[in-house]
Design a protein around this ligand. Sequence first.
Ligand code: F6R
Length: 606
Amino acid sequence: MCGIIGYIGPRNTIKVLIEGLKRLEYRGYDSAGIAVMHKGEIKRVRVKGKICDLENLINEQLILGDYGIGHTRWATHGEPSENNAHPHIDCKGEIIVVHNGIIENYSFLKNTLIKDGHIFVSETDTEVIPHLIEHYYEGNLLDAVKKTVKLLKGDFTFIAISKNELDQFIGVKNGPPLILGINDKEKIISSDLAPILNFTKDVYHLENGEICYFSPDKIEFYDFEGNRIKKEKTVVNWSPHMIEKRGFKHFMLKEIFEQPHALRETIIGKTSLDEGKIDFDVEPSFFKNIENVHFIACGTSFHAGLVGKYFFEEICEVPSEVDYASEFRYRNFLVEKNSLFVFISQSGETADTLASLREVKRKGGRTLGIINVPESAIARESDATLYTQAGPEIGVASTKAFTTQLGILFLLALFLAKQRGRIKTSKLKKYISELHIIPHKMEKFLNKSKDIEELANRYYTYQNFLYLGRWVNYPISLEGALKLKEISYIHAEGYPAGEMKHGPIALIDEQTPTVAIAMRDRVYSKILNNISEVWTRGGKVIAVIDEDNNEIVKEVTNVIRIPKTEEILTPFLTTIPLQLFAYYIALRRGTDVDQPRNLAKSVTVE
Ligand code: F6R
């Protein structure tokens, strides 16, 4: 969702801000803007639309900047428009703010400020911030910000600058992330690592309730009580080339092809094949006496949780439940002593997942994060965290994060099985060894991606799809349908195939193709029946099958052949053709694959 950036240093400020905003684009936005200080004067440019429109306008107006701030806005309060785009300013045009989050009490604050004579010009909640700072300003921006944050309620992360105090920046975090990157000559502050990585790996992650105050030659940190605090710098282990497309047409395609590498990175260092051992960077005692597990997540990460449930039941025999975070957080759920609550999230910032985590912690539950973005809120607030090593995921549709989440979930199931004495070492070694070969099998399949492109070319005009799967591949049918709808805007439903007769079979006709996952597993004969039911009603069927399966071809329209593996591990492989199928259909339909309409990469508001 919204992205913020601020820069001071010797480089061309406009260029740095525009490049930075382009790197924030993937978060999702509908308008953008910058404000720069030049020779003591503020210049502000905002547009509804894309960063390239903003760039053109800035170039037309020949704007120069000594330092400045920028913003990508995903509208919450007030329609997407130039007037509602950030940065926002106070009445005198002296204080400028970019903000990420939602100020819950903005209406009350706005009315109070209006009575006090302030003039508001936008429909946003953000505008109360510069006016409140103005209200408190008595010659010291930092003091005014310290007073302002005490009145704000909700999520607010913002950067403020003022023409009265040149070269000074104030950053505030209370909700969405805020990271300050530094090197000898320059400072860059942003809601995301993506704009920072080209400058430095040395960063400060602000925590909720913290303020940072910096200029070219100083950095100070404060809490919301106004006390000076000490913070440690951390070194990021992501590199700038990880956020480049590197010859791929889209980030999504690059990330699909990165899956073998990402999965290897995630599992290799944590497993020892010789000893049949799994090592996490977490004290083994943390996992002692677990009697049930709750997976909590949203979207694709929720689907990973569903697969996790099958892994856990099969491998370590631990009862598990899976909940959408948006539902879970409002349930009157019970926290038992031997429960483990697992929060799965690529970004580590999803508002509902984070709120659920806080609720579980409030009730005294044991919490584990499975997270991709280092130092993100869920990673830091969970009692323990297992990191997926997918690297930055820029495409809005999650791909490599998903398969690496499966990797961690499978290892966790094996780890608990061993700890609970539920698995023989020979079996454990067999699973680890097969998991180690999965990346190679992914590569083998990806080498034939042209076949999926051809299939997509045949099907891209259809308006409705059904995705069917059973058992461990049922969640993959949900994930396949989600991928298709989010990037190609085609209506798609994922279903457990056995549910067809209870309603969805009425949808079958020749205009509604079915994608059926039919691996030779324990439910193979069942899904064959379901495929027959579709086929005999005139429905087209694309079947995802084992590479050596020749019997099914008579009752399906097309087949996608997958390298063979253990039945429980098939989701690692069956998911890839569905990602590619969605990608190539979207490509053919000409949609904005990496930034689909209405979507945001990190859903930091409820
Ligand atoms: C779908 C997708 C979303 C995310 C969901 C959760 O392709 O990317 O459904 O999976 O918004 O995001 P995280 O994993 O960051 O919590």
